[in-house]
Design a binder for this molecule. Structure first.
Ligand SMILES: Cc1ncc(C[n+]2csc(CCOP(=O)(O)OP(=O)(O)O)c2C)c(N)n1
Ligand SMILES: [Mg+2]
Length: 600
C-alpha cells in the first residue's frame, strides 16, 4: 500500500457524551469485542432488530473504530465492504436488518462470494423466544433459519444465543472469512441477547489468538514435480488468476515467468496479476479469451493455472471439445468452496498435477526450487503511473469507450491510479497494468449494480494514499447502484466515476440481435426492452442530487478531453466526481462472441 497522508480519516458523526454509568448490556459486550477486532468501519442501514447493537456502537463506543458509515441500500453495505476488501484483502463489518435487510443485501453477498472476498456481515433476528415477540412486526422480522437466505453463498453462518456464544461466533467468523480462499460470512444476533442487561462485563476473548492459519504450502515432492515439468517445457504458459494485491508477490510472479521464459495470460475478471506490457504477456487481458490468447494456449506444452477463474472453460475456448493436449498444472485451493447453491465452481478441468494451495506460497516455492541460472529471459519493470496518451482530438464526432480510455489516460498521466471497476465494453488493450493496484477486477458474480458500491469501497481503502480511485462504469450498472455514492459524499471520500453511457442495457441488445439472426427476425428491434433513453436519465444530476460533483452529459468528442481534465482536477482537490459521457454502443469482437455463445 502507498504511504498514507493524515487525511485518511472519513468524516464522522460525533455523539454527545452521556452520564457515566456502570450498567452493561449484551450489545455493549458485543460492541467491545468489535472494538478489540480493530476493524475501522461498519457499514449499515438501520433496523430495529439491531437497535441494541446500534446504541452500543454510538453510545458505548462513541461511533469510533468501528465508525458507522450509513448506506442507502443494504446491497451497498456489502458491495462497499467488498470493494474495500478488493484493495486491502481485509474485511469490513456490515450490519443489515432482519429478513428484509438481508434479502436486499443478498446479491452483493453473492458477488463477494464468487469473487472470494472477505466480508463480515452481521444480521439480527426478532426474539427467537416467540413469547417475547411484539405483535405483527417482530413476527415478520424473525425467521426460523434466517441465514438460509444466503447459506448457499457464504463460507459460514451462525445464530448465537448468548453473549458468550456471540463472542466465539464473531471470532470464528473472522477466522473463516480471512482464511484462503476468502469469502463472506454471516452472524445473526438475537435481539434479546443484544438487549439483555448483564450483571457484570463478561471476559472477552483476545482476537490475536483467533487469527486465520498461515498459508499452506504444497508437499515438497509435488513442487519438485512441477519444477521438473516447467523447467523442461518448451513453451510453458502461466494463467495468472486470483492473486493478492501484494507487491512482493507481484515481483515473484514476474521473476518466475522470466526464469521459465513462460508466456502469461491475465484476466479482466480479477485484479491485475502481471505487467500487461511485459514481453511475456501474450494477449490483452479480457473477460473471454482474446484470439491471441487462444493461440498461445494451444501452442503451450505445459499450462500452469494460478487459481485461474474457470480453467475448464478457458481450456475449452482453446481446444473445443477435443482433448486438451497441454500438460495442465493446477495451483488452487478453491475446491474447498465448491458446494455453493450456484455453479460458480465452473467446469472440472483436466489436471495432470494438482498443487492444493494458494498461488503465493506455490510461486515462492517454485522460485526457490528453480535455479536462478536457469533464467531464460530477464527484464525489470520499473515504470509506474498512468502511461502517456495523446489528448483526444477535437471533433464533433461520436465518442467510443476507447476514446474515453485515451482521454482519461491523458488527464491522469503520471499519477498512480487504481481502476476500481470497468464497463462491459472495455477492451484489455485500452490500459496497461504495471502494479497490483492498477486494477482490482470485476464484481465476481456478474451482478449488475455493484459498480458504484465497489467504487466507494475501494475509494475508502485508498483515501489518504497517493493512488487515485477511478472507476469506469456502464450506465445500467450506475443506475442500479447509484445511491451507493451518497455514502462517499457524506463520509468525504474522493473518487472519480466516469460513466460510459450508451443509454442502454446494451449487453442484452447483443443477445437479442443473436436470437433475431438465428430466427430470421428483424435485428432492428433489438433495442426494445433494453434502451434507457426516453427520457434519458441525467446521470450527472443524479450525482449532484447526492452531494457529489456531476459533470455532463458529454455528448461529442470535442467536449471529452476538457471534461476529464476538469474531473481529475476536482478529484485531486478531494471531490467525489461523476462524469456522464455519451458513448457509441459496441463491444469488442471477443466480448461480443463470448457473451452470446450459444447455450446448446
Ligand atoms: C442484477 C442483474 N440484472 C440483470 C443482469 C443482466 N445484464 C447483464 S449485463 C446487463 C446490462 C448492463 O448495462 P450497462 O451497465 O449499461 O452495460 P452495457 O451492457 O450497456 O455495456 C444486464 C442487464 C445482470 N447481470 N445482473
Ligand atoms: Mg449501458
Amino acid at each position: 500500500m502507498n504511504s498514507r497522508a493524515p487525511n485518511d480519516r472519513l468524516r464522522r458523526d460525533t455523539p454527545v457524551a452521556g452520564q457515566p454509568s456502570t450498567e452493561m448490556w449484551g450489545s455493549d459486550a458485543i460492541a467491545a469485542l468489535l472494538r478489540d477486532m480493530d476493524i475501522p468501519y461498519v457499514l449499515l442501514n438501520p433496523g430495529s432488530s439491531f437497535r441494541g447493537l446500534h446504541d452500543s456502537l454510538v453510545n458505548f463506543l462513541g461511533n469510533e473504530r468501528p465508525q458507522m458509515l450509513v448506506c442507502l441500500h443494504e446491497e451497498h453495505v456489502v458491495a462497499i465492504a467488498h470493494g474495500y476488501a478488493k484493495v486491502t484483502g481485509k474485511p469490513l463489518l456490515g450490519i443489515v436488518h432482519s429478513n428484509v435487510g438481508l434479502m436486499h443485501a443478498s446479491m452483493a453477498v453473492y458477488n463477494a462470494w464468487c469473487d472470494r472476498m472477505p466480508v463480515i456481515l452481521i444480521g439480527a433476528t426478532g426474539p427467537v423466544d416467540a413469547a417475547k415477540r411484539r405483535p405483527w412486526i417482530d413476527w415478520l422480522h424473525t425467521a426460523r433459519d434466517q441465514a438460509s437466505l444466503v447459506r448457499g453463498f457464504v463460507k459460514w453462518d451462525d445464530q448465537p444465543a448468548s453473549v458468550a456464544a456471540a463472542f466465539e461466533s464473531l471470532m470464528r467468523a473472522r477466522q473463516i472469512a480471512e482464511t484462503a480462499p476468502m469469502g463472506p460470512v454471516y452472524v445473526c444476533l438475537d435481539v434479546s441477547t443484544q438487549e439483555e442487561k448483564l450483571a457484570a462485563a463478561p471476559r472477552r476473548p483476545d482476537p490475536s489468538r483467533y487469527r486465520p492459519p498461515p498459508a499452506t504450502h504444497a508437499a515438497p515432492e509435488l513442487v519438485d514435480r512441477a519444477v521438473q515439468s516447467l523447467a523442461t517445457a518448451q513453451r510453458p504458459l502461466i494463467l495468472m488468476g486470483r492473486v493478492s494485491r501484494d507487491v512482493a508477490s507481484w515481483n515473484a510472479r514476474v521473476a518466475l515467468a522470466e526464469r521459465l521464459n513462460a508466456k502469461v495470460i491475465t484476466d479482466l475478471k480479477v485484479g491485475a496479476a502481471f505487467p500487461t506490457d511485459h514481453p511475456l504477456h501474450a494477449a490483452p487481458p479480457a473477460i473471454f479469451l482474446d484470439p491471441a490468447a487462444v493461440k498461445a494456449l494451444r501452442e503451450a506444452d505445459v499450462v500452469m493455472s494460478l487459481d485461474w477463474v474457470d480453467l475448464a472453460g478457458t481450456l475449452k475456448q482453446a481446444w473445443g471439445t477435443g482433448e486438451v493436449e497441454s500438460r495442465v498444472i493446477q495451483v488452487s485451493n478453491d475446491q474447498t468452496m465448491h458446494n455453493a447453491v450456484s455453479m460458480d465452481h465452473q467446469g472440472l478441468p483436466p489436471t495432470d498435477l494438482y498443487l492444493s494451495c494458494a498461488p503465493e506460497p506455490a510461486v515462492d516455492d517454485l522460485l526457490r526450487a528453480l535455479p536462478s541460472t536457469s533464467s531464460k529471459s530477464s527484464r525489470v519493470t520499473t515504470r509506474t503511473g498512468v502511461a502517456a496518451a495523446a489528448p483526444v482530438a477535437l471533433s464533433k464526432g461520436p465518442i467510443t469507450i476507447a476514446m474515453v480510455a485515451q482521454a482519461l489516460q491523458h488527464a491522469l498521466h503520471g499519477s498512480d491510479v487504481c481502476l476500481l471497476h470497468l464497463p462491459l465494453g472495455w477492451a484489455g488493450e485500452m490500459w496497461h497494468f504495471r502494479h497490483p493496484l492498477d486494477f482490482v477486477g470485476s464484481d465476481g458474480g456478474g451482478g449488475i449494480g455493484a459498480g458504484p458500491g465497489l467504487t466507494v469501497g475501494g475509494a475508502i481503502a485508498l483515501k489518504g494514499t497517493s493512488r487515485l480511485p477511478v472507476s469506469i462504469l456502464g450506465d445500467g450498472d450506475y443506475l442500479m447502484g447509484v445511491n451507493a455514492l451518497w455514502t462517499a459524499a457524506t463520509a468525504g471520500v474522493p473518487l472519480l466515476a466516469v460513466i460510459c453511457n450508451n443509454r442502454s442495457f446494451f449487453n442484452d441488445e447483443v443477445h437479442q440481435e443473436r436470437v433475431a439472426k438465428v430466427r430470421s427476425r428483424p435485428v432492428e428491434n433489438r433495442w426494445i426492452g433494453q434502451r434507457i433513453d426516453a427520457p434519458a436519465p441525467d446521470l450527472g444530476m443524479l450525482a449532484r442530487a447526492q452531494g457529489l460533483d456531476g459533470i455532463g452529459p458529454v455528448t461529442s468528442a470535442d467536449m471529452l478531453q476538457d471534461a476529464l481534465v476538469d474531473a481529475v482536477r476536482r478529484l485531486k482537490s478531494g471531490k467525489a466526481v461523476v462524469v456522464d459521457v455519451h458513448v457509441e454502443p459496441g463491444y469488442n469482437p471477443a466480448m461480443a462472441a463470448g457473451v452470446t455463445r450459444g447455450h446448446g
